[in-house]
Design a protein around this ligand. Structure first.
Ligand code: GLN
Length: 356
């Protein structure tokens, strides 16, 4: 069946539908990873977005039971050049198409993803509709105008407090108590903390600072998550109450929220950074790491008393910052990888070293 992507600038790309037949509106973004489609689709930070994979063949190693970053697809749609119908990998449990169908997500194949990506790069990120229906002009513009990314964090974060014990049980290993505030946390953040013997309590995004402090954590960890950080005014107020009281670290959205809670500023990037091949320089180590990224916003004004620890080698944007006096440290990229290179996972040791 035919399916179309209609962008807000009027461009139309036609391809073949696969997965679940539907109409959805979202922000159309591209990801340059050659692999990692399972992690990308289930990463809650993609909530509200339609993903274009620039690698031309997607689905060739299927979907397995271990690589989920949350328990369902959070993206609104998937656009590929060619979908692989029969996967070939010893870990594959089902096909990409089945996975999309089961999660009620529309995929479109046969799209010139190179032309589409070039258009997004030159025009900037745009809203778009994916559909198998014949929509009228009025329907198209009302879909696009009604689209908003507000509330996405509340849609994806945990609704109840969850507690996990660190993996090592030996009594001489001291377990650090980590309060992970979930704005749409990827599972690999939890896995990395548990692997390092931390006992982790996951709190819904709206949890008050008082409630978190009552549990006496050794470290507060602000997760990644979807949407515009500026939409989270109440959460920013709670973070303000934690800064200087408990050590705080953050990844991606968490990093942006620390900036906003300390009177820094964030802005939307023209087309974002999404992929597994973004070079980031750790200024202290004078080394470049290839990192996994997925963000549309970045910190443009550093808060007072903060210094830049990491910088993006491609465009010079801020990739990490640290308070010069208080235990506060955060990065814009994803040291938990999943998907992508794991070479910056040393940052989890640095994060945990901040614990009291
Ligand atoms: N992965 C993330 O946490 C993304 C943060 C934020 N939603 C952005 O797009 O910039």
């Amino acid at each position: 069946m035919k399916a179309r992507l209609i962008l807000e600038n009027g461009a139309v790309f036609e391809g073949e539908a696969f997965g679940y037949l539907d109409t959805q509106v979202g922000e159309v973004v591209f990801n340059t990873g050659m692999t990692g489609y399972q992690e990308v689709l289930t990463d809650p930070s993609y909530c509200g977005q339609i993903i274009v994979m620039t690698y031309p063949l997607i689905g060739n190693y299927g979907i397995n039971l271990d690589d989920f970053e949350s328990n369902s697809i959070k993206a609104k749609g998937l656009i590929v050049r060619e979908k692989c119908a029969f996967s070939s990998n010893f870990r594959s449990e089902f096909e990409l198409e089945q996975f999309l169908k089961h999660n009620k997500v529309l995929g479109i194949e046969g799209i010139d993803t190179r032309a589409l990506t070039r258009m997004i790069r030159s025009r900037g990120t745009m809203r778009g509709i994916i559909t198998t229906e014949d929509l009228s002009e009025t329907e198209i513009s009302s879909y696009i105008e009604d689209y908003s990314s507000k509330g996405v964090v509340y849609a994806v974060c945990t609704k109840t407090i969850e507690r996990y014990n660190g993996l090592t049980t030996s009594s001489d290993e001291q377990h650090k108590k980590v309060a992970l505030i979930d704005y749409g946390a990827k599972k690999n953040i939890l896995r990395e903390l548990l692997k390092r013997n931390c006992d982790v309590t996951i709190y819904p995004a709206w949890t008050s600072a008082d409630e978190i402090l009552k549990d006496q954590p050794d470290l507060v960890f602000l997760s990644n998550g979807p949407g515009n950080p500026e939409d989270l005014a109440p959460e920013i107020e709670e973070i303000k109450k934690l800064i200087g009281v408990k050590p705080i670290v953050g990844i991606c959205l968490g990093h942006q929220l620390i900036a906003l809670a300390s009177e820094g500023e964030t802005e939307k990037l023209k087309f974002g950074h999404r992929g597994c091949n973004h070079p980031v320089k750790d200024i202290g180590k004078n080394r470049v790491y290839i990192t996994s990224q997925n963000h549309g916003y970045c910190v443009t004004k550093l808060p007072k008393d903060f210094e830049v620890t990491h910088v993006n080698v491609n465009d010079g944007s801020v990739e990490g910052m640290r308070h010069t006096l208080l235990p506060v440290f955060s990065v814009q990229f994803h040291p938990e990888a999943s998907p992508g290179p794991r070479e910056s996972d040393y940052l989890f040791d640095e994060f945990i070293a901040y614990a009291e």
